[in-house]
Structure formats: structure tokens, C-alpha cells
Design a protein around this ligand. Structure first.
Ligand code: KG4
Ligand code: ZN
Length: 339
């Protein structure tokens, strides 16, 4: 079964052709990150304008690179949310137009669930469930119990910033360009992770929830003094130390809470997804802490937003669904729980 996936939840316009949920025939991503760099974060209207320009060329390119014709497509899968409303509407309306023009079924897919599915795409089955699922992206920080593909129980989330967002904000405080996660990781390579005593937030209501806003403020105070207004006076090597200290504190918090989560149910494996999974220090920390558990990471090209994970998950959702109904009835949802 050949699926065209379409992704436009944030600042990446993606289209991909995937066969039977796994075999990626093409995976095209056009990013508008260059437009957002000067703002230190995604500027929604600029992202939308770029999506409008990019969406059809990206779909055309995905079809051409897969070396298929539109007639061979069996299903269109689109990321229906969560995400920026304008951005979602552009992908959704393109998908609806194509579904009608080509007379194909259309299915809406949860972007967060697709991030998790990315770690399953390249992996050998059968998977061992229940498993611990962890989504670490620019918009989401989630711990989940995975009962099977499509059945999840959320067990922890962030009460303020997402992990990727915290990386981006710290990068901006250190005058590093957007998107900041990879820049902080690079700078941290030369730093001492114990140089600055920082700590991640604890959430009383649920020990499996995350809080990064206090950590972020501590980074700001380390740069600009206690009132947050002083001049930046850190040397280059102190900046590297601060990047390393922040990264180590934030990532250790994820690993600690993953360990805590695994005390609450007998998780047989760990699946991770989302842009922060590209961080090599994160991968090393998980390997150290859980040497006996199978850990599934998304391939590096499927960690960040992409349409292959949308097409892949769309295939499973289609097989599990009854009738899909009229494609025009599908709506975007800026906020959707994963389960
Ligand atoms: O999953 P994603 O592409 O988009 C969302 O759905 O949000 O994740 C993007 C996020 C950004 O915040 C980016 O800074 C972060 O992932 N990120 C990283 C790294 N690569 C990307 N954070 C830490 N280390 C990295 N190497
Ligand atoms: Zn994402």
C-alpha cells in the first residue's frame, strides 16, 4: 500500500511516499527556519506563507523522487494536529484538494503519535509492549505507557516549557542562532557539565511531570546576574560550561523520570521520538542508565518534523479504521491529546 504523507504543523513543509508503513520511497522537507532565525523562535505568519509556497512543489518532488505516478497512491495521510492553526490548515487543505482531485481516501494523523512511530519505522518487529514512550520535541515533552501502536496512557508531561523549547530559549540567551538545540549541543561539547550548579523543576502534583522554566531562569541569571538585566559578561569558555551544565541537567531529568516511570509499570522497551532525540548526549545517557532494555530511537532523518512518519502511521491508522468518511469533514486540531 502506497501512502502520501503531508506534514505542516510548524515550520517544516514535508511530503513523503511510504510503502506499507515502513519502506520510505521519498521524504522531502522544506524548512522555513531561515525566516525565523532573527526572531529566535517560529513566527507563525511567516511559516504559513512559506507553507503556501512550498506545499505543492514538495508534494510533486516527493512523487517524482519515489518514481511513482499519483495513480499509484492508495491513501493520503495528513498531520491534523497538534500545531499552529494556520500552518495545519495549509497542509490539510492541500491534502483535501489532492484527495478529491485524485479520488483517494484521506486520513488525519496525530503529529505527536507520528513522532513516536518514527522510532518504530526502521525497527525489527515484534515489539515488546507495554513500553515506555517518550516524546521530546519543540512543542511537547511527554511520557506515555504504550500498550500497542494506537493505545497510549499519558503518564507525564511538562507544566511549562517543552524540552526543545528550553534548548531554543537557552540558545537565544547564549546568542546562538535558531533552532538552538543542535547549537547548544555543539557548544556543550567543549564545556564542563558540572561548572554551574543547576537543577530541573520538580512537580509536586505528579513526580513524572516536567518543569523547565526555573532551570531556564537560572541560566538567565548565570548570564545576566540575579535581576536578569545585567550585561552578558561570560567568556566563551564559560558559555560552553553553561551550555553543558544546562544540557546535562535537562537531559538527566528526562532519564531520571524515565527510570521513575519504569518503576510504575513493567515496561519492556523504550521508544523515543521528536527533534531532541537527535542529541547524542541524550542517547548516551539512556544507553548508560538502561543497559538491559531495548531502546528504539528514530533514525536521525526522522527525529525532526517530517512527512514519512505521518505516512507510516497513516498506514496503520487506515488498516485499523472502518470507513473514513468524506475527506472534507476532516478538521485540524491545534491541541489533541495523544490518547
Ligand atoms: O520534533 P521537532 O522537529 O518539532 C516539533 O514538533 O516541535 O523538534 C524541534 C526541536 C527544536 O526545539 C530543536 O531545538 C530541538 O528539537 N532539537 C534539539 C536537537 N536537535 C533538535 N535539541 C537538543 N539537541 C539537539 N541535537
Ligand atoms: Zn514535531
Amino acid at each position: 500500500m502506497i501512502v502520501l504523507g503531508i506534514e505542516s504543523t510548524c515550520d517544516e513543509t514535508g511530503a513523503s511516499i511510504v510503502e506499507n508503513g515502513k519502506r520510505i520511497l521519498s521524504n522531502v522537507v522544506a524548512s522555513s527556519a531561515d525566516l525565523h532565525e532573527r526572531y529566535g523562535g517560529v513566527f507563525p505568519e511567516l511559516a504559513c506563507r512559506r507553507h503556501i509556497d512550498a506545499i505543492l512543489p514538495v508534494v510533486d518532488q516527493a512523487i517524482a523522487e519515489a518514481n511513482i505516478s499519483p495513480e499509484q497512491i492508495d491513501l493520503i495521510a495528513v498531520a491534523k494536529g497538534p500545531g499552529l492553526v494556520g500552518a495545519l490548515l495549509i497542509g490539510m487543505n492541500a491534502a483535501k484538494g489532492l484527495a478529491i482531485a485524485w479520488n483517494k481516501p484521506l486520513i488525519g494523523v496525530n503529529h505527536i503519535e507520528a513522532h513516536l512511530y518514527a522510532s518504530m519505522m526502521g525497527a525489527e518487529e515484534p515489539f515488546l509492549f507495554p513500553a515506555l514512550g517518550i516524546v521530546l520535541s519543540g512543542g511537547h515533552t511527554l511520557l506515555l505507557k504504550i500498550l500497542e501502536i494506537g493505545r497510549y496512557e499519558p503518564i507525564g508531561t511538562t507544566v511549562d516549557d517543552a524540552l526543545g523549547e528550553a534548548f531554543d530559549k537557552v540558545a537565544s540567551m547564549l546568542s546562538l542562532p535558531y533552532p538552538g538545540g543542535p547549537q547548544v549541543e555543539k557548544l556543550a561539547l567543549n564545556g564542563n557539565p558540572r561548572a554551574f550548579p543547576l537543577s530541573a523543576g520538580k512537580v509536586k502534583r505528579n513526580p513524572l511531570d516536567f518543569s523547565f522554566s526555573g532551570l531556564k531562569t537560572n541560566v538567565l541569571y548565570s548570564i545576566k546576574g540575579q535581576n536578569g538585566r545585567g550585561e552578558a559578561q561570560l567568556t566563551e569558555s564559560q558559555k560552553a560550561d553553561l551550555a553543558a551544565s544546562f544540557q546535562e541537567t535537562a537531559l538527566k531529568d528526562i532519564v531520571d523520570k524515565a527510570a521513575l516511570a519504569l518503576q510504575t509499570f513493567p515496561g519492556q522497551s523504550i521508544f523515543l521520538g521528536g527533534g531532541v532525540c537527535n542529541n547524542r548526549r541524550l542517547r548516551a545517557l539512556f544507553a548508560e542508565r538502561f543497559p538491559a532494555l531495548p531502546i528504539f530511537w528514530p533514525p536521525f532523518n526522522l527525529s525532526l518534523d517530517n512527512a514519512a512518519m505521518i505516512a507510516g502511521l497513516g498506514y496503520h491508522k487506515f488498516l485499523a479504521s472502518g470507513s473514513l468518511g468524506d475527506p472534507l469533514d476532516l478538521e485540524v486540531q491545534t491541541r489533541i491529546p495523544i490518547a
